[in-house]
Ligand binder design. Structure first.
Ligand code: PEP
Length: 250
């Protein structure tokens, strides 16, 4: 039985004050939820303050990115030990915005995922096809190539700690959610790939769906066999909205 995992990706939104106000409003709304893992990924600037506001709650802290080195001359970057020091339990890597806007290839995502695991942080590894790739019938080939590359350095013994987020690029921030059937088809393909790569651990690995998840479409998505949670952007920016998504999944 896989525990559903719901993660809020705030992207480049919220000042420290706004982020803490969210945490204070959100924690009581989900305090009774025991059968789902709840994660919030604020921008780097708000990690410390949100971490403090979440202390003692059932909501975990995540980063939206990480460098793969421990320290060094990498201006503007933040390392896994720095994130561990702030109490991050998870970090998102390979988000389509980082792949498309910042040119991050899967080989770099793989280095980040391995470095995070080495420092006790669980990576949420994002994969997903563009609309052109889907329309050209290349969805599975694209997913396979992203999985091959991004998980290349994950040791089989640690596989169950890795979360995969299937996020079709055409559904992110567009209001156009994948139908539950389309999402399930991709999730089943991903689980089968995980089975070939990691064997029995694939049955324990969580695969989140991401792309215009909202309170009113969550339950249908979560009812699919291979959908184990959601990575939520826009609808996670308000405490009540994200709490409804958690409630619909737990
Ligand atoms: C995301 O950025 O990971 C995402 C899924 O965004 P949205 O929910 O806004 O589509």
């Amino acid at each position: 039985m896989r525990t559903p995992i719901l993660a809020a990706n705030w992207k480049m939104h919220k000042t420290v004050g706004e982020a803490v106000a969210f945490a204070k409003a959100f924690v009581p709304l989900v305090a009774g939820v025991a059968n789902a893992e709840i994660v919030v990924a604020p921008p780097f600037t708000a990690l410390a303050a949100v971490g403090a506001a979440l202390a003692g709650s059932n909501v975990k802290l995540a980063a939206q990115n990480a460098h793969f080195e421990k320290q060094g001359a990498f201006t503007g970057e933040v390392s896994p030990p720095m994130l561990a020091d702030l109490g991050c339990a998870y970090a998102i890597v390979g988000h389509s915005e980082r792949r498309a806007l910042f040119g991050e290839p899967s080989e770099l995502v793989a280095k980040k995922a391995a470095a995070l695991l080495a420092h006790g942080i669980r990576p949420i590894v994002c994969v997903g096809e563009t609309l052109d790739e889907r329309e050209a019938g290349r969805t599975f080939a694209v997913l396979e190539s992203q999985l091959d590359g991004s998980l290349a350095s994950v040791d089989g013994g640690r596989a169950a700690e890795v979360v995969i987020a299937y996020e079709p690029v055409w559904a992110i921030g567009t209001g156009r959610t994948a139908t539950p059937e389309i999402a399930q088809e991709a999730h089943a393909m991903i689980r089968s790939w995980l089975g070939k790569r990691f064997g029995g651990a694939a049955a324990q690995m969580r695969i989140q769906y991401g792309g215009s998840v909202k309170p009113d479409n969550t339950a249908q998505l979560m009812a699919q066999t291979d959908i184990d949670g959601a990575l939520v952007g826009g609808a996670s920016l308000e405490a009540e909205s994200f709490a409804k998504i958690v409630a619909a999944s737990a």
